[in-house]
Structures are given as C-alpha cells and as structure tokens.
Design a protein around this ligand. Structure first.
Ligand code: URA
Length: 431
C-alpha cells in the first residue's frame, strides 16, 4: 500500500477501506507518512467527505494509534467532556474541577488552539510550569490520587490525532465533520471514558455554522461513541458571540479562576453549570439535572471546586502562586479600552472575528509550532441584547505591539453591531 494512492483515492471521491485508513493513520503516528501527505489527505477529506463507516474506522484507527486506557480499575464510571471548539471557551477549566469536587473523577485529554478557536492546553500552559504531556502511567496515577487530570495527547495516547490536529490548524482543514468527529471521539476512546458529554458549538465562532451541520456532527459522534460502547450526550450550544468575556490564554485562565471563586460572567457560569450537571448525571452521582446542578453550585460556593483546580495545577507542575494571585500573570504592554461609538442595543459581537483577531495578536498560531503570547487577547464587556450608551467601555485589547493593537481595535470594533431597537439575548443552548 502507498500513502499517495490513498490520497488520490480520496481526492477522486473514493471510499477508503478500513485497511487503507489504518495504514494511513499508523503512518501519520509513526512518521512514515510525512506532514505534506497527511495535509494533502486531510484536504481531500475536507473537500470530499467520508461515509459514517469511514469516519468510524478513522476514529478507531486514531484511538488505537497509541494505547487505549482502561479506566475500570481506576474509577467506577469515567466521564469526560469535549467541546468542538469556540471563542472564549474556557469551560473545561471550571467544569472539570467542579465535577471532580462533587466526587466524580475526570481524566481529560484536551487540544491546542485550532484555527480561530482557542485550545484548553494553550490556556493551561499560561500557568508557568504546567505540564500537559503526561505519560499513561502519570495519567492513571494522578487520576487515582486526586481524581482530576487535564492533559494533551501524548506519544502514548492518540498520537495520530496530535499530529493531524497540529497540521489541520495551519492548513485550512479544520472545518470537516469527519475530521472533527474522529479527532474528538478518538481522544475520548483512547482516554478510557465510559461516558462523554459533548458540547457541540454552532454559530459564526464555531466550526459548525448552522444547526443542520451541528446536528450532523453531534449525531455522528453519538453514534461512534455508542458503537465503541460509550454513553454519549451531545449538547448544542451557541457560539455566535464569545463565551464569557475573556478571549486569550491568560485572560481566560483568570476568568475561569474568578468563576471558580463564585464570580465570573453570568453566561459562562450558567454554561458551566449545565455541562457539569450533565456529567454528574452520566456519572451516576445523582439522578436528575436539577440535583446535579445544586451539587455543582455548592462545590463553587464552598470553594471545593477551586481547591480541586489548585490540586490539579500543583499535580501537573504549575506554579500555584498564579492561581492564588492571578495578578501575577504578565500583563501585555499595550492595553486599550475601546469605547462604544454610538448608543443602542448590541445586535452582534461576531465571535469568529474576535477569535481571528486574538490569533493575530499572538494568542494562536499561524504556522505549526509558532510560539504563543499568553498575555494578549480581549475582554469583551457586553453581550448581545445589552443596552449601551455612547462612550461606554465596549472592549479592552491587550497587545504586545502597537500596530497589532491598532488592527485589533479596528477588527473587534467592526465585530460589534448596534440596533436602535431592543434585541433579544442569544440562547446559551439550542438543544
Ligand atoms: N476539538 C478536537 O479535539 N478536534 C477537533 O477537530 C475540533 C475540536
């Protein structure tokens, strides 16, 4: 078998066999298939799609490109969550410790930034010293010891996803239902999750732009999970405006800490409570969403969720003093508060524009392996539907360069649109 023939077959809209998919994925994992062939193949998949059978085979091949953990000895029910990616989505940083504080252990493999969407690993690495590359042994040991792990794919776990993910980020091959579904579900299967809550984002700041595509992605991931013997719940949530206020790595970590302290933006807090409640029900900690939600609220109110987050940071080598005193996070040298150019009701805060502007500031990558500046980004002060007066602070930009600052101000100002008449707020969840 030759990689080039598999690329050509997909380019010509052919259906790949299980053997061809396994051969190609193993080649990516071992380095036998070079980056340029993997990228060409990803583009062919993006353009020509895959059947559900091909996507399932792809998922299992990626999951089995490394070890597949069996968590049965470590936890009774291993529950995981995954978001398909958005702008300002720092949900895992709050939900995971809250759920773990309610007695449900969580071991999660996350990803880095992908295109305009931020990545949990990049956010956690804003905390100096935090290690995302755990070995399988470390993963299991930490899960047993503190009931919480938040790391990336490793040489051992779904390594083909790690490589493909980094390539897709910089080759315009993210927005593909089979590639997203297999990327997400392979990590969940390899990580040994028995049950998964999927947060499928829809809107201009998501990879799925409309409800039809979001449904298709959600259904496919649920089916793949079921075929692999996992319980899966998929939520479809809005991503037409940034989630919460902060966009950018250390700014988002700070907002997550604020939320764990009982504050934080109302929309973000509500989103976290809902996702966490679903995890607790899937993990059979309690039998209703209402009871689960109360437990999560309590874990935040009494500080046990924040204490869990501290335990996590410490266990993975992060400098705890940044969590204790978030003012320690380095501040970007150029900060500008941008005022509302007119009065009115906020009709739109275009999430994708904000995400792209954040990448341009240095919070994301333009090419594989680019270093990030964790200090840059935005705080968006208002939500769609808010009544705003001319001259009121609209958003704050944190930049490391004057030219980039000016460009960011222009883009994000244009991302805000006003109406003279009241505008209803956007829903948090569609389904
Ligand atoms: N999250 C992932 O892990 N993979 C994707 O492709 C998109 C979101």
């Amino acid at each position: 078998m030759r990689a080039v023939d598999i690329i050509i077959k997909k380019r010509d809209k052919g259906e790949l066999t299980r053997e061809e998919i396994r051969f190609f994925v193993n080649g990516i994992a071992t380095g036998r298939v070079p980056d340029y062939q993997a990228a060409a193949w990803a583009m062919a998949v993006l353009l020509n799609g895959m059947t559900p059978r091909e996507t399932t085979d792809l998922t299992l091949a990626i999951a089995h490109s490394g070890e597949v953990l069996d968590m049965s000895d470590v936890v009774k029910i291993a529950v995981d969550k995954h978001s398909t990616g958005g702008v300002g989505d720092k949900t895992s940083l709050v939900v995971l410790p809250a759920v773990a504080a309610c007695g449900l252990p969580v071991g999660k493999m996350s990803g880095r930034g992908l295109g305009f969407s931020g990545g949990t690993l990049d956010k956690m690495e804003a905390i100096p010293g935090y290690r995302v590359d755990l070995t399988t042994e470390e993963f299991e040991k930490q899960l047993k010891k503190i009931g919480l792990v938040l790391c990336g794919q490793s040489k051992d776990l779904a390594p083909a996803d790690g490589k493909l993910y980094a390539l897709r980020d910089v080759t315009g091959t993210v927005q593909s239902i089979p590639l997203i579904a297999s990327s997400v579900m392979s990590k969940k299967i390899a990580g040994g999750a028995h049950a998964v809550v999927l947060d499928v984002k829809v809107g201009n700041g998501a990879f799925m732009q409309n409800l039809k595509d979001a449904h298709e992605l959600a259904d496919l991931m649920v089916k793949i999970g079921e075929l692999a013997g996992r319980k899966v719940v998929a939520l479809i949530s809005d991503m037409n405006q940034p989630l919460g206020c902060a966009v950018g790595n250390s700014l988002e970590v700070r907002e997550a800490i604020e939320t764990l302290q009982g504050g934080g933006p109302a929309d973000f807090r509500e989103h976290c409570l809902h996702v966490a409640a679903h995890m607790l029900v899937l993990g059979e900690v309690t039998d209703s969403l209402a009871k689960a939600r109360k437990l999560v609220e309590k874990s935040i109110a009494k500080g046990s969720a924040l204490a869990k987050f501290r335990q996590l940071v410490k266990a993975q080598g992060g400098d705890l003093s940044y969590v204790v005193n978030p003012n320690k996070f380095p501040r970007a040298p150029f900060v500008e508060v941008v005022k509302a150019p007119r009065s009115g009701y906020l009709e739109r805060v275009h999430a994708r524009s904000v995400g792209e502007a954040s990448v341009a500031l240095g919070a994301g990558r333009a090419k594989k392996g680019d270093p990030l500046d964790h200090s840059v980004g935005f705080v968006i002060h208002h939500k769609v539907g808010d009544k705003i007066k001319e001259g009121q602070a609209l958003f704050t930009v944190y930049a490391n360069d004057k030219k980039k600052l000016a460009a960011a101000v222009k883009t994000v100002l244009a991302a805000h649109e006003f109406d003279d008449f009241p505008v209803p707020p956007l829903p948090l969840f569609y389904e």
